[in-house]
Design a protein around this ligand. Structure first.
Ligand code: PLP
Length: 375
């Protein structure tokens, strides 16, 4: 079965092997050396002033960012399930929440964020997804972050990059907290989350809030290559393997480029079949199609062609399907996925099979490679 869900993503064999060693105690020079190497590699990936690893799923990093960086009112952007979660975290933590809400295909705009900030001067943090995984859309986070800082540099900008860090280069100039999770673009099992922090964020954190998710305790310990509580040792060993391998294979720059080409080629291939791309601005982390037959297509992909893609949640259940683009994915695998979609449509009697999907994928994906080679 080919796992093509936008999280969890497949764990490459070299990472599984790296994680198969004997258990290391976390308070030993051996593990601290691994921690230090992983931390150094994360600084390169995040390009932020501090980087913290937590033993939690991605939501743990969301909660840590909200509780430590927002002390009054959170402005959250809800264009899907994950954006909605930021608001729920704020309310559950005794904070106030103002929400900008959109349909799941619609990104936020700079203007509406500016308006919300002007109307509500008590807002001291904003939280937004870079890639909102519920409908596969890309918010204009860098532009929104710059606008927020232009209005008031004290407002903390929390950017959920759980399906963006490792997918594309993110400009962190105006971002105070950049979040990532192990089971998405970082190709690991679930259970590790990461926060990149700005120096302004560190200042606002001060002595921190909460207990387990108190970022002040973690900043203090992790800058000494250890953790406040037991580290997720196995996952950190896996993360080091992933980061080292990406670096050895041309770096994240090459991975970003490959991902962008693959995502574009996939979308073009599916659109050539007459399918419709759901989000108004698609993220590169996944290809999302809305279709009345989404459930049937998904079932056929699984039962007849061995491809597991994700469906939709809540009001989009049965109405969309999402194909993962995160991680080290060989183009031949994606050719098989788009071909399988074309075969499924043929089986359903919607369209005669003529190999269009693979042809368009290959043309789009390999054209730029040939053009580059000619130069
Ligand atoms: C997966 C995901 C999360 C975190 O979910 P967990 O299940 O807690 O790991 C947060 N934000 C986005 C955009 C995600 O895709």
């Amino acid at each position: 079965m080919l796992l093509f869900t936008p999280g969890p993503t497949p764990v490459p064999e070299f990472a599984r092997v790296a994680m198969a060693g004997e258990t290391l105690h976390h308070r030993t020079p051996e593990f601290e050396a691994i921690f230090a190497e992983t931390r150094a590699l994360l600084f390169k990936l995040f390009a932020t002033d501090e980087v913290i690893m937590l033993a939690s799923s991605g939501t743990g990093a969301m909660e840590a960012a909200v509780t430590n960086l927002c002390h009054d009112t959170l402005l959250s952007i809800n264009s899907g399930k994950f954006g909605e979660r930021f608001g729920k975290i704020a309310l559950a933590s005794g904070l106030k929440n103002i929400e900008i809400k959109h349909e799941w295909d619609t990104p936020a705009t700079v203007e509406e964020v500016e308006e919300a900030l002007r109307k509500n001067p008590q807002i001291d943090a904003i939280a937004i997804q870079i890639s909102e995984s519920a409908g596969g859309l890309r918010h204009p986070v860098e532009e929104i972050a710059a606008a927020v800082k232009a209005i008031n540099p004290e407002i903390m900008v929390i950017a959920d990059g759980i399906t963006a860090v490792g997918v594309e280069r993110i400009d962190v100039e105006h971002i105070d907290a950049l979040l990532a999770g192990s089971q998405k673009a970082l190709m690991l099992p679930p259970g590790l989350s990461i926060l990149g922090l700005s120096s302004a964020a560190i200042e606002k954190i001060g002595s921190g809030r909460g207990y387990y998710l108190n970022l002040a305790s973690e900043i203090k310990k992790q800058s000494q290559n250890t953790t406040a509580y037991t580290a997720a040792t196995t996952l950190i060993i896996g993360l080091r393997a992933i980061l080292q391998r990406v670096e050895a294979e041309g770096g994240f720059g090459k991975l970003y480029c490959d991902t962008a080409r693959r995502a574009k080629a996939t979308r073009f291939a599916l659109e050539a079949l007459g399918l419709h791309s759901y989000p108004k601005v698609p993220a590169r982390s996944m290809t999302t199609i809305d279709d009345a037959d989404a459930s049937e297509i998904r079932t056929l992909l699984k039962t007849d062609f061995g491809v597991n893609v994700a469906g939709g949640q809540d009001h989009l259940k049965g109405k969309i399907f999402r194909i993962n683009q995160m991680g080290l994915i060989d183009p031949y695998e994606m050719v098989w996925v788009v071909n399988a979609v074309e075969l499924a449509l043929a089986k359903m009697g919607r369209r005669a099979y003529d190999g269009t999907a693979s042809r368009v994928f290959n043309e789009t994906y390999f054209k730029t490679m040939l053009e580059k080679a000619k130069q």
